[in-house]
Design a protein around this ligand. Sequence first.
Ligand SMILES: Nc1nc2c(ncn2[C@@H]2O[C@H](COP(=O)(O)OP(=O)(O)OP(=O)(O)O)[C@@H](O)[C@H]2O)c(=O)[nH]1
Length: 262
Amino acid sequence: MNKAVTVMPDVQGSADTRHIAIDKVGIKDIKHPIRVKDRSGREQHTIANFNMYVSLPHNFKGTHMSRFVEILNEHEYEITVDSFKDMLVEMTKRLEARAGHIEMAFTYFVIKLAPVSSVRSLLDYEVTFIGEITDDKPVITVKVIVPVTSLCPCSKEISQYGAHNQRSHVTVTAKTNGFLWIEDLIDLVEKEASCQLYGLLKRPDEKYVTEYAYEHPKFVEDMVRDIATKLNKDPRVTAYVVESENFESIHNHSAYAMIHKA
Ligand SMILES: Nc1nc2c(ncn2[C@@H]2O[C@H](COP(=O)(O)OP(=O)(O)OP(=O)(O)O)[C@@H](O)[C@H]2O)c(=O)[nH]1
């Protein structure tokens, strides 16, 4: 039996007469599985939290929100910086928008080998890809929070033995014009820390990291300056914010420093 086709009004597509354009409208905090290509060529399956927005001209009442979800559900994306660019372009085309913005945040695991015993373990990092596109020109920013050890140069200098040290979070937000692997940023940060972290350490490894950190004291100022020096030399990085927060073991507050290069 033919059902009568009901023509539904397209409210979103109707005109708006307030003459106010909207900078960003879309969907926020939607989770979706993704496949992230890592530097070794393997794929990592993880779950990402997406915010997806487009610009809306003053004369349209609403954006077509279902299309954002369609884009996610039509691909179980293998995410690299390149395919993330494709998602940005696809979104502005499907939503018939001039500008778009996607934030994709996920937990990323790196295989680590302990420094002496070489026991293998995974370490987790919080990563966000931020994509902006205007008139088909995508710009990608990669943000990584790298947990490291910091040991205080002052505490070491003034003490007869020992030095206060703690876990720190170094956050690098790097705008890239080329192909930047997540691991490239992680390696760069970990090399500048008092010591990098590992998921698994046996006693010989623990001795190593304890002594290594003591031999590499770093203020928060040292961390951000040494990382900025490296980022300034990387042609793939066009702008960055580097932050270091030490969760001080002798205070109930953090030490913090930030360098921003626009
Ligand atoms: N713009 C807008 N859409 C909303 C809002 N609240 C709910 N919606 C969405 O409106 C969607 C339906 O509108 P469209 O996406 O245009 O759906 P459609 O017209 O059937 O699909 P298209 O033919 O692709 O336009 C639903 O997915 C709702 O989630 C809102 O505040 N603003």
